[in-house]
Design a protein around this ligand. Structure first.
Ligand SMILES: Nc1ncnc2c1ncn2[C@@H]1O[C@H](COP(=O)(O)OP(=O)(O)O)[C@@H](O)[C@H]1O
Ligand SMILES: [Mg+2]
Length: 223
């Protein structure tokens, strides 16, 4: 369901020169497939997820999700497509600070569909163990609890693709497996393809498919 072809992405450095980060001939994920993405810090994992989600643009190449070639979309089309069809768990959460845990999930639903499914929002928060924290705003939640809200929000609209950037990095050991299980079980139940970035060997080894970015990213060789 996800196909990348000849995707390239560079950043302009402060001295004006180009720093190539991604040069990926091929990358595929099938519908409902679960892949973990690993690689050293700075090798382009977050950049790759951003390009797949249309948060940042590839300089060249194609990103296709189901029948849509998102590299042809305008920025507004990318935002709408992402809201409706892609779940994204940001490394830094990106929760809305003025709203409670429940409202954060409900607002993601309202933005994507114009209406919110309160029962599903509550159920997702319950599954991440936050039934007693629904009315807390992010500042009143621990870092690990904020990450769990971010996971519930990413699953809110029943995405077909879930991109998760180190979703358990800030979760305490006791909740790490719970968050991972929630992500994987929900993806399995709803046939959601998953690309999950992690540093944790204990997380990665639970997946059948482990992709090393440096092995299929040609830009990695020169970085
Ligand atoms: N906006 C940017 N401008 C310039 N360089 C960037 C920018 N964003 C990321 N980079 C560089 O791109 C490289 C890859 O970053 P990133 O994808 O965040 O790595 P990872 O997630 O694998 O740790 C890093 O070396 C980083 O410094
Ligand atoms: Mg990163």
């Amino acid at each position: 369901m996800l196909h990348l072809t000849d995707v390239r992405k560079s950043f302009t450095q402060p001295d004006g020169s180009e720093l190539p980060i991604l040069d990926i001939p091929e990358f595929h994920v099938a519908a409902g497939e679960q892949a973990v993405l690993v690689g050293r810090s700075g090798c382009g994992k977050t950049t790759l997820l951003h390009v797949i989600a249309g948060i940042s643009r590839a300089d060249a190449g194609k990103v296709r999700i189901d029948d849509w070639e998102i590299t042809l979309f305008s920025e507004a089309e990318c935002d709408r497509f992402r809201a409706q069809r892609i779940g994204y768990v940001f490394q830094t959460f990106n929760l809305l600070s003025g709203f409670s845990a429940l409202e954060n999930v409900l607002l993601a639903m309202r933005f994507a569909r114009g209406r919110a499914d309160k029962a599903r929002a509550r159920q997702l928060l319950k599954r991440v163990g936050l039934e007693h924290r629904m009315t807390h705003r992010p500042a009143m939640l621990s870092v690990g609890e904020q990450q769990r809200v971010a996971v519930a929000r990413a699953l809110a609209n029943g995405p077909k693709l879930l991109l998760a950037d180190e979703p358990t990095a800030n979760v305490d050991a006791g909740h790490q497996q719970q968050v991972l299980d929630l992500i994987r079980e929900t993806c399995r139940e709803e046939n959601v393809a998953l690309v999950l970035v992690t540093h944790g060997a204990e997380v990665a080894e639970q997946f059948e498919r482990i992709d090393h970015l440096e092995q299929f990213n040609r830009a990695g060789a020169v970085a």
